[in-house]
Design a protein around this ligand. Structure first.
Ligand code: PMV
Length: 327
């Protein structure tokens, strides 16, 4: 039996634009998904999942007795969770040259599902490392990152960048531009996260931006403007200039809003953070609902979000410099 964990992440800058080759800077945070894997005698998968935003469920499937899982949570949620697990197992089977391997898998996540904090990348990266290790093979963080990307690409039907999976596999602040992925030096970043209790549909949101960009030059210009902003943001990060970082986060939120991926609850959390004196605030991830990230080393933003109707949970997060690891 092997347990591996991997961190979630916030986007300091660049989500959506990264899908079209612009750079992005995600940062791993100290909230993890843990995946425990035990090899079975047969080729089935049995998945038990628990996280912040859903009641635990267990499904067993695969092999010659493949039937629809019989569970009492929504089919789409089960499909979302098992889709990433299946793709991770497929990568592990291939890496360990064990195409028939079956597993009992338990997922425990501190990262809300589909909320812009990279839960799927964390589960995928931790699942790949745990399952390959259980089969006696070993992968470096870079190999896990690459296989986790391929798994996400398969599940998201080609709509995925390397940003989430590379960040989760290597930890810390990273810069991703196309296939070029690297780690960045970063100062301490006083993140505050606000969560509206909802989730966005990443595939649909990415598809919406793609359509807008194809239809209107202004949308293509907005994507390019996000790229310019990220390049300025990288310099501010390297210089440790938190004031400028905050200001650029505010601009980034405005540009994401122009692309139609914000929501009333995300906007109101962003404004509550700014009114409380945060250096900057923006949505993180695909948008549509889910989380915002603010920079504030005082307690004001956390307090303001805690009392904001529509913000279901708020917490402080720190940059996690450790990526995927065996526990
Ligand atoms: O919401 P998340 O954590 O799945 O992040 C999606 C980020 C996008 O840039 C919108 C898509 C991607 O794969 O980079």
């Amino acid at each position: 039996m092997v347990t591996a964990s991997a961190p979630g992440k916030v986007y300091l800058f660049g989500e959506h634009a990264v899908v079209y080759g612009e750079p992005a800077v995600p940062c791993a945070i100290d909230r993890r998904a843990r995946v425990t894997v035990e090899e079975r005698e047969d080729d089935h998968l049995r998945v038990h999942a628990e996280d912040l935003s859903l009641d635990g469920f267990t499904v067993e499937y695969g092999g010659s007795t493949d039937t629809d899982p019989d569970v009492n949570v929504s089919q789409s949620l089960v499909e979302a969770a098992t889709g990433y697990v299946d793709a991770a197992v497929e990568q592990a089977r291939e890496a360990a040259d064990a195409p028939q391997a079956g597993f009992d898998i338990t997922i425990e996540s501190e990262i809300p599902l589909g909320a812009g904090l990279g839960s799927s990348a964390a589960v995928t990266a931790a699942g790949i490392l745990a399952a390959t290790r259980e089969l006696g093979a070993d992968l470096s963080a870079a190999e896990v990152a690459d296989r986790a990307y391929r798994a996400e690409l398969a599940v998201q039907e080609g709509n995925a960048s390397r940003a989430d999976t590379f960040c989760s596999a290597t930890g810390g602040a990273v810069r991703v531009e196309g296939d070029d992925c690297r780690s960045l030096d970063a100062p301490e970043l006083p993140f505050v996260v606000g969560f509206d209790g909802g989730a966005g549909d990443t595939g649909a949101l990415v598809g919406g931006v793609r359509e807008l960009k194809d239809q209107y030059d202004f949308a293509a210009d907005t994507v390019a403007a996000i790229g310019d902003l990220v390049r300025a943001g990288e310099e501010a990060l390297t210089a440790g200039d938190l004031d400028e970082l905050g200001e650029l986060m505010d601009f980034n939120h405005g540009l994401l809003s122009a692309l139609g991926v914000s929501s009333r609850s995300l906007d109101s959390m962003v404004w509550a953070a700014r009114d409380a004196g945060a250096l900057g605030a923006k949505l993180t991830g695909a948008g549509g609902g889910g989380c915002v990230v603010a920079l504030d080393d005082s307690e004001e933003t956390e307090t303001a979000l805690r009392y904001l109707p529509g913000c279901e949970e708020t917490f402080r997060a720190e940059l996690d410099t450790e990526g995927v690891r065996v526990e």
